[in-house]
Design a protein around this ligand. Structure first.
Ligand code: AMP
Ligand code: ZN
Length: 473
């Protein structure tokens, strides 16, 4: 059965044909590690995990690469604003390396808790500066760059197909068309490849380069890292839809200008998680983390189930009712599985039915990853009288290779639900007391409370958005 995927580049659902027969090169843009991932980010990572699981289910070996953005991502994707890492480091009174390290670990823990298969290469931008410099040099040699005000820019007028992914009308954009435009740019859509002169606070992280000591722009890291691990041309590149007009548009320009080859065959993008009628985003401050969700009584698997309930190309609205419904459904599923597992001997074999259900399931998952319909196939099968519990149990575990809902651990999940690991109310109370102690500069008391929380297995962190807590790993 052929796998069909919606390719943003062509705006069409296409049959997936990999470059190598049995292997798929997959690149997914990673997190900018200046804060915790919010559950909107995590929706995109769940979609990418489902894609990877479908490819594996279909028999492909997947080589998955994800970057860790620990440098160069400014508060606006289009080279304006401050460096997100530097800004947060200042607020937290730490250095950028500490910030990157802490939030990378927190992100990896989130991925694990969501049962997301780790990438084969989860690599830091700062560990690939040499590859980025080499790539910029190649672009310079081919005449795609210019230097202005100490920074190296990509000249989009030299790249014929600039903006095709996003269907940008490049000609209609005149210099000066944007407010606060960088006056060094020849065209407003030109972007920085290498900074030697920061437009804002000075960067702590700097490297020597042919253009002087400095640091890379954000977009170059994904081109350099993907080419380093997957070659000049690879199969699939993913991210959220916000990356279409700038980040991925610029990646295509850099990679294809350097190699003269098509860089990516299939571009897949996830729609947003919406909250309070807006895209969830860190800059707006109105966001939820996985830990916060857990505190609210919704474990990571419930969130995963919630995400599977909508197609990845549809916006998904987070609300108390919607997550509560997902919790109810997931708990029901877990209970049904425990029941059928216990009573497995009452089976009545029906191979025709089993084959039909598997066929249906495969059709759904291979139809551009239609998880809502795949879940419906599972529920229908669980309710059916056509087969007994043994087949049901085997089928549900097989389907869970795609869903990744840890259904093989049903008893454990139920047990964990039952015994609340920590008294959330007490933790919240102590955090509030600690906040008050900090406000009145009573450091001894605030330290004492932190110590107490630590003894309960709770780790506390203060950052620009306030105080967060999580269970220690
Ligand atoms: P960033 O750290 O900003 O590069 O974001 C990491 C990933 O999360 C990217 O693939 C973004 O496109 C994606 N993303 C950001 N906000 C949302 C959202 N509200 N819903 C879904 N995905 C998002
Ligand atoms: Zn990227």
């Amino acid at each position: 059965m052929s796998l069909k995927l919606y390719n943003t580049f062509t705006r069409e659902k296409e049959d997936f044909v990999p470059i190598k027969k049995d292997e798929v090169g997959l690149y997914t843009c990673g997190l900018t590690v200046y804060n915790y991932a919010h559950i909107g980010n995590l929706r995109t990572y769940i979609f990418e995990d489902v894609l990877k699981r479908v490819l594996i289910f279909d028999g492909y070996k997947v080589i998955h690469v994800m970057n860790i953005t620990d440098i160069g991502h400014l508060t606006s994707d289009a080279d304006t604003g401050e460096d997100k890492m530097v800004k947060e480091a200042k607020k937290e009174g730490k250095d950028v390396w500490e910030i990157a390290d802490y939030y990378t670990k927190a992100f990896e823990k989130d991925l694990k808790q969501l049962n997301i298969i780790p990438p084969d290469h989860h690599v830091k931008a700062t560990a690939h500066i040499r590859q980025m410099i080499d790539l910029i040099k190649r672009l310079e040699d081919k005449g795609f760059t210019y230097i202005a005000d100490g920074n190296v820019y990509f000249d989009i007028s030299k790249f014929k197909n600039y903006g095709k992914l996003a269907r940008l009308d490049v000609k209609s954009l005149k210099p000066g068309a944007r407010i606060k435009i960088d006056s060094a740019k020849k065209n407003p859509l030109d972007f920085v490849l290498w900074f030697t002169k920061s437009k804002f606070d000075d960067q702590e992280m700097k490297w020597d380069s042919p253009w002087g000591r400095g640091y890379p722009g954000w977009h170059i890291e994904c081109s350099a890292i993907s080419m380093c691990y997957l070659g000049d041309s690879f199969d699939i590149h993913c991210g959220g839809i916000d990356h279409i007009p700038v980040h991925h548009t610029n990646e295509i320009a850099q990679s294809e200008a350097a190699t003269g080859k098509k860089s990516v065959n299939y571009w897949l993008h996830a729609e947003f998680l919406i909250m309070n009628e807006e895209k969830m985003s860190k800059s707006k401050g109105d966001f939820l983390t996985l830990t916060k969700l857990e505190e609210m009584g919704y474990p990571p698997m419930v969130y995963r189930y919630f995400c599977l309930g909508a197609h990845y190309r549809q916006p998904l609205t987070f609300s108390d009712e919607a997550i509560e419904t997902a919790k109810y459904a997931y708990n029901r599923l877990v209970n049904i599985i425990i029941e059928i597992k216990k009573n497995r001997d009452e089976s009545k074999p029906n191979p025709e039915y089993v084959e039909k259900v598997i066929q249906e399931f495969q059709e759904k998952i291979n139809n551009d990853l239609n998880m809502p319909e795949a879940l419906a196939v599972m529920w229908q099968m669980l309710r059916s009288n056509e087969i007994g519990n043994k087949e049901k149990y085997e089928l549900v575990l097989d389907f869970d290779r795609i869903f990744g809902l840890q259904l093989d651990k049903a008893e454990q999940i139920l047990e964990e639900e039952a015994q609340q690991k920590v008294d959330v109310k007490l933790v919240e109370h102590l955090i509030k007391e600690r906040d008050e102690a900090r406000k009145s500069k009573n450091w001894a008391k605030s330290d004492e409370i932190r110590h107490k929380l630590s003894g309960m297995g709770v780790e506390v962190r203060d950052n620009a958005e306030g105080t967060f807590w999580r269970m220690k790993s």
